[in-house]
Design a protein around this ligand. Structure first.
Ligand code: BGC
Length: 415
């Protein structure tokens, strides 16, 4: 018999986006240059994206009408500090308008200060390989928080600060792109006047060095954000796969967990929450992640359809970080929207089990509000609760959006 499960009062129900993936024309960022360099691994450039830079008001109104109470989005460092030390008042005012639109619709804005992209000048001057990027990042955070802090409901310093290390440790990427052997990479560096050996965009740099820069950047940025004097929770978000040992994989699994999860959970102990971002599981063999198990359904990203991964990662994050958990991303790229409903339904059952067991879990944020620019995969994978017609930029609400919005409104599910 189905039972009704009520989520705690004040539970955050939201959707997430990232500036570069939805705003459009993020021309001063490192990724924009890479997307436009011949032979780039990106299948298409981001271009206008969803034009949310101009359409934020309608998107936020849509979220509120559907029943959500939270919007997680990122502010773009490349817009706010286009040259070192020059902070753009006009761009900060833009984000004040976005934040004000959230409040107008009773949507709590959760602001991410870094979501993969950086200004060209940062990436070209040592980027995430270089410790000084942590200081530069903290300075930008302090400046932006001072200007925007009165309107922020909660903040994430860095999105998936462990992603590079995770992809490297499971064997998905090499430790670093060798500029001497990669023509597109050295050409991208040349286009911004950088030495290719000093060009280090996040996820295209030395992943283990970047991990340490990211850890330091978070340590410095969290107090820098708090120094604005407005009291809101601040945390970090992490890319958390549910790692499972395949035969012979136990030692490798332990190393991966220690080096790309636990080290971050330990830093998160000093924070107000830890953001869990989970899409699937990874089976770990002696040499790293194994391909999807034969017979298991795959998503448009080629991941295993494995909604139960969320529960496993919430439990681990909570046990080690010992701070409240917010699911800051969970979702699926699906051509068939009914698979999205099924995925989220099963993921939410796991969320409910965690809450029943007393885990302090404060919110569930679906990735993503809209179909958007999925990095090197371009516009093909469709994660959105709303579809976007990239010719007209019109939005169409999918049935899954109404279904999840009703759950948010009721703050309850049938389990
Ligand atoms: C990232 C998003 C991305 C999503 C889906 C997360 O790793 O934060 O930027 O679009 O996963 O792949």
């Amino acid at each position: 018999m189905a039972e009704r499960f009520n989520f705690p009062d004040g539970f955050a129900w939201g959707t997430a986006t990232a500036a570069h993936q939805v705003e459009g024309n993020n021309v001063n960022s490192d990724y924009w240059v890479i997307e436009h360099t011949p032979r780039t691994p990106f299948i298409e450039p981001s271009g206008d994206a969803c034009d949310q830079y101009h359409r934020y008001a309608e998107d936020i109104a849509m979220l509120a009408q559907l029943g959500f109470n939270t919007y997680r989005f990122s502010i773009e460092w490349a817009r706010i500090e286009p040259e070192e030390g020059h902070f753009s008042r006009a761009e900060l005012d833009h984000y004040r308008r976005v934040l004000a639109a959230c409040h107008e619709h009773r949507i709590a804005p959760m602001v991410t200060f870094h979501h993969f992209t950086s200004p060209r000048w940062v990436a070209g001057d040592g980027g995430w390989d270089d410790r000084k990027t942590a200081d530069r990042f903290a300075r930008y955070c302090e400046h932006a928080a001072k200007y925007l802090g009165d309107l922020i409901a909660s903040a994430c310093t860095i999105n998936e600060a462990n992603l590079g290390a995770y992809q490297y440790l499971i064997g998905m990427t090499r430790e670093r792109i060798d500029p001497a052997r990669s023509r597109w990479f050295s050409e991208a560096a040349r286009r911004i006047g950088a030495d290719p050996n000093r060009f280090a965009p996040y996820l295209m740099c030395d992943h283990m060095k970047a991990r340490d820069t990211m850890l330091e950047a978070h340590r410095l940025a969290a107090p820098a954000i708090k120094s604005c004097g407005h009291r809101f929770p601040v945390g970090i978000t992490l890319a958390l796969s549910d790692f499972q040992a395949a035969p012979g994989g136990a030692a490798r699994l332990k190393k991966i967990r220690t080096e790309c999860q636990d080290i971050f959970f330990e830093v998160a102990r000093g924070d107000d929450f830890v953001g869990v971002q989970t899409y699937t599981r990874d089976r770990i063999g002696p040499d790293g992640a194994l391909p999807p198990e034969p017979g298991v359904e795959k998503t448009m990203m080629g991941y295993e359809f494995w909604p139960e991964a969320l529960e496993g990662t919430i439990r681990r994050a909570s046990t080690i970080a010992q701070v409240p958990v917010i699911v800051t991303e969970n979702g699926i790229a699906a051509a068939d929207d009914s698979r999205r409903v099924e995925y989220v339904r099963r993921a939410l059952n796991g969320v409910a089990r965690c809450i029943k067991d007393g885990i302090p879990l404060h919110g569930y944020i679906y990735w993503s509000m809209l179909d958007n620019y999925e990095w090197n995969s371009g516009y093909r994978p469709t994660f959105g609760l709303a579809a976007v017609d990239f010719k007209t930029l019109g939005r169409t609400i999918r049935p899954s959006a109404r279904w999840l919005g009703e759950i948010a409104r009721a703050n309850a599910i049938e389990i």
